[in-house]
Design a protein around this ligand. Structure first.
Ligand code: NAD
Length: 358
């Protein structure tokens, strides 16, 4: 990789401590001088949010969270924030909840404190997403980057093992895809590699001991790094594929990323020797795909898109939408034929190694 690059580091405070979310939130609200706090958390996440917000005064609770942030859901939250004279947004939950806070910040320019409870990583990016008439649009706006992220591994203890694995591999996908994304550079590659190492260490600890915090701390740390790398490097081939599968075919976010990742890696690795060597080194293996697949086997990771609602009828349409979105930076030139092959393999859970010699 050339040492001529143009890198932007996003400014954000990160407070990391197991069992410390409530104290950290109270200190941050005081530091920011906020007086009218809106807490966003889905119905399910509200129990966690009440614990986290125990030390602050809350002017408005908002629970109407919907995956992929439909515009109507965003408009309701924006109106509620304006009506209550809110001066700070606090979101406690997964990527969908963080996404709703970002939608409010986009128009109101209010600051966000994010308290994530999954490994999706939205809290560390300046990317927003909204869904209108079944089409998901995303954009970049520094106003949606949370000013502070509060990580507390205790909040992820309730995340079931299967969802922890899928969500953690969503983070792994940010790391791996960053290696060949449009703005890949030595800084985001270093962050991505450390994210791979932390997630590969943490996720097996979670499956071995779901009630312990050691693995969950590693996974949260890895998830943060993955998101910083992704925000800096941009969306590569893997994210373009998953964006179409989620947006057009309504497949579940984390599981789709977890399933497609080995196929995207096998597709690109032989054409990106430097990235493949870096990924392999982060896994502690000589080959990147072997490192990922060994980990996925230990985790009993999602295997086939067919298990999440995708069917062979969707392949031609998906390939047609993905093809023009593939970044020019992608190491292997994409064609309708090779994308179709990738999707066929991911549909049924074929051995991804078959794509290496496409
Ligand atoms: P999610 O937020 O939809 O959460 C999945 C489910 O897990 C929900 O039912 C939620 O209530 C539940 N949950 C959350 N925390 C839990 C916990 N600790 N214990 C038990 N259950 C818990 O899913 P996600 O994967 O976190 O986020 C996906 C969304 O985030 C997608 O819309 C995706 O596009 C977005 N995203 C955006 C960015 C970005 O940079 N803008 C990055 C990553 C993901």
């Amino acid at each position: 990789m050339s040492l001529t690059f143009d890198h932007v580091t996003l400014g954000q405070r990160v407070l990391f401590g197991t069992g410390a979310a409530a104290a950290n939130l109270a200190a941050e609200v005081a530091r920011l001088g906020a007086e009218r706090v809106m807490v966003i958390a889905s119905d399910f996440e509200t129990g966690m949010a009440r614990t986290v917000a125990a030390g602050i005064e809350v002017a408005l609770w908002h629970h109407d969270v919907v995956m992929h942030v439909p515009l109507e859901t965003a408009e309701k939250a924006r109106a509620a924030a304006a009506g209550a004279g809110v001066d700070l947004l606090v979101c406690v939950g997964g990527g969908s909840t963080t996404g709703l806070a970002k939608a409010v910040a986009m128009t109101s320019r209010l600051p966000i404190i994010a308290v994530p409870t999954t490994y999706a990583g939205s809290e560390a990016t300046n990317v927003w997403g909204l869904t209108e008439a079944a089409r998901k649009t995303t954009g970049v706006d520094d106003a949606v980057l949370p000013v502070t992220v509060i990580y507390d591994a205790a909040l992820t203890l309730s995340l079931p093992v299967a969802l922890s694995v899928a969500s953690g591999l969503n983070g792994m996908a940010h790391c791996i895809d960053s290696m060949w994304a449009p703005r890949a550079d030595p800084i985001n590659a270093a962050l991505g590699a450390e994210g791979i190492r932390a997630l590969a260490a943490g996720l097996p600890l979670i499956t071995a001991d779901p009630a312990g915090t050691a693995g969950r701390e590693q996974a949260l740390y890895g998830a943060y790094l993955s998101a910083v790398a992704f925000a800096s490097a941009g969306s590569g081939l893997h994210h373009k594929i998953c964006h179409v599968l989620g947006g057009t075919f309504n497949l579940p976010h984390a599981q789709t990323h977890a399933t497609v990742l080995p196929y995207a890696l096998a597709f690109n690795a032989p054409h990106a020797p430097e990235a493949q060597a870096r990924i392999a080194a982060a896994f502690g293996t000589t080959d990147a795909l072997t490192g990922l697949q060994d980990l996925r086997k230990r985790l009993d990771a999602p295997q086939a898109l067919a298990d999440y609602g995708f069917t062979a009828d969707g392949i031609a349409e998906a390939a047609a939408i993905i093809l023009p979105a593939v970044p020019v930076s992608n190491p292997r030139p994409a064609t309708t034929e090779n994308l179709t092959r990738l999707l066929q393999a991911a549909l049924t859970g074929e051995d991804p190694a078959l794509l290496l010699d496409l």
